[in-house]
Write a protein that binds this ligand. Structure first.
Ligand SMILES: [Zn+2]
Length: 466
């Protein structure tokens, strides 16, 4: 007794589950001990005033690529710098990826990625990228069952990127069929032959300059692949999660399938989008710095961007994540050929302020935090340990001051990229303090955490979002 530190966060408005209320939050050690009426508790080791602020669950970014090595390109960050940038943005959990080592047990791929992540300053979980699924159904079921037992309830499948990541339709169907109960498949959806043909045509015409990047990956290639994957999942009753929706069409397909699922269709269908697809559109490819916006899928038309944002406001998107990749400007500029420029944008640090600014007035703070914290935690088996402020949850808390007005500037951020795709965008509010398992790791813009304090989070069953 007496060794467990008690912290009281007072005077703020707290997002707890799907409600926003004026309350004090009591933290004991690493956990939330209670949500109390203001002034109910006095005897604590430390009082943190959140007057005028919101007290939010730490953001769970369900789609990051820290220290990404595609075999061709390597991002500049490591787990210490990458997860520190996340912490500055109020992200207290990242869910990143481990790639299957073909022919080896999943445990080896997991262990290799955990070794890389030993410098993490926040907690993390991992999705497993399935590259070479067993051909025989029994063996595939057994290996996916082992993966689930290792604390990995989510796998990632790709409909494109030959020859490394691509899975054909038969393989995707086989994996969806073999998944154990409680597992969810994230799928990167772009029709591979449509993307390959469009890219090939541009190459033949000598149109490989950065500004042509968007033309190489047409919007209909995404919608077609989404439609196909949803159909395959419905055949076998699988849970699927469409990653980084860049088009309105992809999002309406998921929602159409979801409403049919209440009738005769089997399967459960979910999706995410990312700040870049609701804040930026393809006019940047004709601008001064097209290389900064090379990513897959690319930015779309203003129409898609606006419609996608409207779908977020309408509750049609479950999760807001980043797909953050910390490639530097030097890497982006190494060649003017879009087919050889690394794809991906830095974003994890700006997720919360940008999405707060864009959506809070329309959807309200509880729904915003559902998309940023509770839903990813539920879908990827981390709830209620992460994603919410409830008694017993990890004390991952962000104190967010909604008053300051500022603009995003890369000099203020902690990435290594040397730029932000959101330069100059106005934002409302700022992250004042971040706690991870009861420890203050960011305080008024100063980093207080320690490399290596982050823990691997084994996940349980995938739950439905709220
Ligand atoms: Zn990604």
């Amino acid at each position: 007794m007496g060794e467990v530190q008690r912290i009281l966060i007072t005077g703020g408005q707290v997002v707890t589950g799907q409600t926003l209320l004026r309350a004090d939050v009591l933290i004991e050690g690493e956990h939330i001990a209670g949500i109390l009426s203001p002034g109910a508790v006095r005897e604590v080791d430390r009082v943190i005033s959140a007057a005028g602020c919101f007290v939010l669950p730490g953001v769970v970014d369900a789609h990051t690529h820290i220290k990404l090595d595609t075999g061709i390109y390597q991002t500049a960050d490591d787990w210490e710098t990458g997860s520190r940038a996340a912490a500055f943005g109020g992200v207290t959990t990242v869910i990143d990826f481990a790639n299957q080592i073909p022919g080896r047990p999943y445990a080896e791929a997991l262990a290799a990625r955990q070794t890389e992540a030993t410098g993490a300053v926040i907690d993390y979980a991992l999705h497993m990228v399935v590259l070479r699924p067993e051909v025989e159904l029994d063996a595939l079921q057994a290996s996916l069952g082992e993966l689930m037992a290792l604390g990995i309830p989510s796998i990632k499948l790709f409909t494109t990127y030959r020859p490394n990541y691509y899975l054909d339709d038969a393989a995707i169907l086989r994996v969806l069929r073999a998944m154990p109960d409680g597992m969810i498949a994230m799928v990167h959806c772009e029709n591979d032959s449509m993307v390959t043909a469009a890219t090939q045509a541009l190459v033949e015409q000598g149109k490989t300059d950065w500004r042509h990047h968007g033309e190489a990956r047409p919007a209909e290639a995404e919608a077609e692949a989404v439609n196909r994957v949803l159909y395959l999942a419905s055949l076998v009753g699988a849970r699927v999660y469409i990653v980084h929706n860049s088009t309105a069409d992809a999002t309406s397909l998921v929602n159409r399938m979801r409403s049919q699922a209440e009738g005769k269709q089997r399967g459960r269908f979910f999706c995410e989008t990312c700040p870049q697809y609701v804040l930026l559109h393809d006019s940047v490819y004709a601008g001064e710095h097209p290389e900064r916006y090379i990513l897959q899928p690319p930015l779309r038309s203003a129409h898609h961007m606006e419609q996608l944002a409207a779908y977020v406001r309408a509750g049609m998107v479950d999760v807001l994540s980043t797909d953050s990749c910390d490639y530097t400007l030097a890497q982006k500029r190494a060649t003017r050929d879009f087919t050889r420029t690394p794809g991906g944008l830095p974003g994890v640090e700006t997720l919360l302020p940008l999405m707060f600014t864009q959506f809070v007035d329309h959807v309200g703070l509880p729904r915003l935090m559902a998309m940023l914290a509770e839903n990813p935690a539920r879908l990827f088996g981390l709830y209620p340990r992460k994603g919410t402020i409830l008694p017993g949850s990890d004390a991952d808390v962000v104190i967010y001051d909604p008053a300051p007005q500022s603009v995003i500037r890369h000099q203020d951020l902690h990435y290594l990229a040397g730029y932000t795709p959101f330069e100059g965008m106005p934002v409302r509010g700022r992250v004042r303090m971040v706690l991870s398992r009861g420890e203050v790791i960011v305080d008024e813009g100063a980093f207080k955490g320690k490399a290596g304090r982050g823990q691997f989070l084994p996940g349980g069953r995938s739950l439905d979002p709220c």
